[in-house]
Write a protein that binds this ligand. Structure first.
Ligand code: WTA
Length: 647
């Protein structure tokens, strides 16, 4: 029996959606999706209203996903222009700096509109046209949102690259989509430390495949001296400030691309997940309003970085399309101290707070003191995203952070899904700590076994979604076959999420984590293959195998097994060098937590590495290794167990 936290009647009394409404509208949404989504599409402003709703087939021989495909709109108009009549002076973005001594900025819808228009004009003047790709490599500053919306305004496709990625990762992402222009800053600032963004771009642009980049726009943020290579590099303010504050928006078809966002998968290089305009914006805004029970006077804060999908959908597009006040935080939870999140909440009277379990666990470790030193009386709703939240962290979040007063929405979704698919609606669905609960309107989850058999009732299996929703990704940029192969081949006719999941007797979904070779480190997806290829790119490494293991704070950590080239000696210095090498190749988020020398790796007779065994060794569960008799050389396992890190 799991705990139940029933819907709070006071909350429900004022909520947008109550139990009856959810039950009724969910039924309607799956019974007649065309009617449901046609109605929902009216929440957007269209230049030309769609007459067609959906044209979808997940069948391999006849594959297509199209929504509202005769509609025309512009995402930036929906996020900005249409707010001006009633919300021109309302704060659209509330910026809180890394350093609490730096004054926060309140950017009104009117001001944001003007800034987006100026940049839109500047991009056009620099030759960026509809359909061109623009890479955005910025810290958490207002210009990041301005840049995304300016691309949307002129129909350019943005590709935001997380500021923690290293030059190689930037170069891969620039070359994959042949970006014409990069928007970056002199430096970023996080937890008092400087991040050399411009220098990273310079290094990336020296790598092969990046010569499509004609211009680098550089925002002055820390005022650091950076190398400017004329005529390629241009100061953002010099180019943008003189531009007019009106910019004709491009008329976009609903199925025209809005953005590409690279994410890790089981194999190979990160995939460019492509989202289109109409369905994505509709889905991001609708879920944002419903799941967060949005009200006009809310101060809404999502702590994600705009470099991840959560920042796209729930800092920028969803909230702004809803005319909300969205807080953007440049810093980190523990700077200058472990009270920072709660201080920011008090400072800006934040009412809705949305963060990741890894942050909760890290803060929980510091005890209640840093939380209780603040009031948090403004809070009315809490959210969680990015990885499963363990019930202990859930209860601490609920009781200590929310003073047992605020519902928690545990929102399950993915870069690929564009928006939240499974989550409580706080006025409608009883909560169970650790469960993402029930599907959003139109979403049809199901569980299948390894053979693709649909499973009924309370059970566990692989999570699939059996029909399309408007926010679904449309393709892998430049590789449509990879899109189909990755998501629709394992279980024909269904979208495979890559997650394992349990369904309980109340029909609630409990995500158990990835079942593929993706590691979820602090809510960031990292492909084992990426880390392995970074390791083997070191001249002294012959072979590497990487697996995830349970980590108290990060959810999962990275455990690497490395076989050296014959003749190379194992040493602590080399171990450190290899960890540093991965940071340099991919970025700090991919640093292995542990690295173990492996004179041999457990392989089948056909040469396939048995990761299952390596996972068990990393987890320190040598009694659960299972059958090792199919290994080419079973003795390597004993040696690995004996020399396990910390053994
Ligand atoms: C995991 C982040 C459990 C899951 C929005 C998924 C979660 C992957 C939850 C996607 C949650 C995300 N409970 N697991 N509430 N939210 N995940 O693409 O494994 O960065 O497949 O999107 O994170 O990560 P992504």
């Amino acid at each position: 029996m799991s705990d139940i936290y029933p819907v709070d009647p006071d909350f429900a009394a004022h909520a947008r959606i109550d139990r009856a409404a959810y039950a009724r509208d969910y039924q309607a949404s799956v019974r007649d999706p065309d009617a449901f989504w046609a109605q929902a599409a009216q929440r957007l402003d269209w230049f030309r209203a769609p007459t067609r709703v959906r044209d979808v087939s997940f069948a391999l021989e006849d594959f297509r996903i199209r929504w509202f495909d005769d509609g025309e709109l512009n995402a930036s108009v929906n996020c900005l222009d249409r707010q001006l009549a009633t919300r021109g002076d309302k704060t659209a973005l509330l910026w809180e700096a890394d350093d609490p001594g730096t004054a926060p900025k309140h950017v009104s819808y009117r001001e944001l509109h003007a800034r987006v228009c100026r940049l839109g004009n500047a991009l056009r003047a620099l030759g960026v046209e509809k359909g061109d790709r623009v890479t955005i490599y910025l810290p958490m500053i207002v210009e990041a949102a301005v840049a995304m919306l300016a691309c949307a305004r002129i129909g350019a496709v943005h590709s935001v690259v997380f500021g923690g990625f290293a030059p190689n990762s930037i170069a891969d992402r620039v070359s994959d989509c042949a970006s014409k222009l990069i928007i970056t800053a002199d430096e970023g600032l996080r937890g008092g430390r400087k991040v050399p963004l411009k220098a990273n771009v310079d290094a990336a642009l020296k790598l092969p495949g990046t010569d499509t980049v004609e211009t680098v726009l550089v925002v002055r943020h820390t005022d650091a001296t950076v190398d400017m290579q004329m005529p390629r590099d241009r100061w953002y303010d010099a180019v943008v400030d003189p531009q007019p504050a009106e910019c004709e928006p491009e008329r976009m078809n609903a199925e025209d691309p809005l953005f590409i966002l690279y994410t890790s998968g089981s194999t190979g290089k990160p995939k460019g997940v492509l989202h289109t305009t109409g369905g994505y914006l509709l889905y991001a805004s609708y879920t944002h309003e419903a799941v967060f029970d949005l009200r006009e006077d809310d101060v809404y804060w999502c702590t994600a970085d705009v470099g991840w999908v959560t920042g796209h959908s729930y800092i920028v597009y969803g909230p702004l399309a809803n005319g909300a006040t969205s807080l953007m935080f440049e810093g980190v939870p523990n700077y200058p101290d472990f009270s920072r999140f709660w201080q920011v909440i008090d400072r800006h009277k934040v009412t809705i707070f949305y963060t990741a379990p890894t942050a909760i666990r890290a803060l929980m470790r510091e005890g209640e003191g840093p939380v209780k030193a603040t009031s948090r009386a403004s809070l009315r709703l809490l959210g969680s995203v990015g990885e499963p939240i363990n019930p202990e962290a859930w209860r601490w979040y609920y009781e200590v952070v929310g003073d047992s007063r605020c519902p928690i929405v545990d929102t399950w979704w993915q870069t690929e899904t564009g928006g939240i698919l499974i989550s409580p609606l706080p006025g409608a669905i009883d909560l169970k700590p650790g469960s993402a609960t029930l599907p959003f309107y139109g979403v049809q989850p199901a569980l299948v076994d390894a053979n693709g058999q649909l499973l009924e009732g309370a059970t566990e299996g692989n999570l699939v979604i059996t029909d399309s929703w408007p926010g679904q990704m449309r393709t892998v940029y430049g590789d449509h076959q990879r899109f189909i192969d990755t998501y629709f081949k394992a279980y024909p006719g269904m979208y495979f999420t890559g997650d394992g999941c349990r369904r309980d007797e109340d029909g609630y979904y409990w995500i158990t984590g990835r079942v593929d070779d993706v590691i979820n480190v602090s809510g960031h997806r990292i492909g084992t293959a990426e880390v392995e290829s970074a390791l083997v790119s070191h001249p002294k490494v012959a072979e590497a195998a990487v697996v995830g293991f349970p980590h108290d704070i990060k959810g999962q950590g990275i455990y690497a097994y490395v076989t050296l080239v014959a003749g190379e000696a194992e040493s602590d210095a080399l171990l450190k060098e290899l960890v540093a090498h991965v940071r340099k190749e991919i970025g700090p988020i991919a640093s292995p937590d542990f690295l173990q020398w492996a004179p041999g790796l457990p392989k089948t007779r056909s040469g396939k590495i048995m990761r299952r065994i390596l996972r068990k060794i990393a987890e320190n569960a040598p009694d659960q290794l299972g059958d090792t008799s199919t290994l080419a050389d079973p003795s390597v396992v004993d040696s690995l167990v004996k020399h396990r890190h910390g053994a």
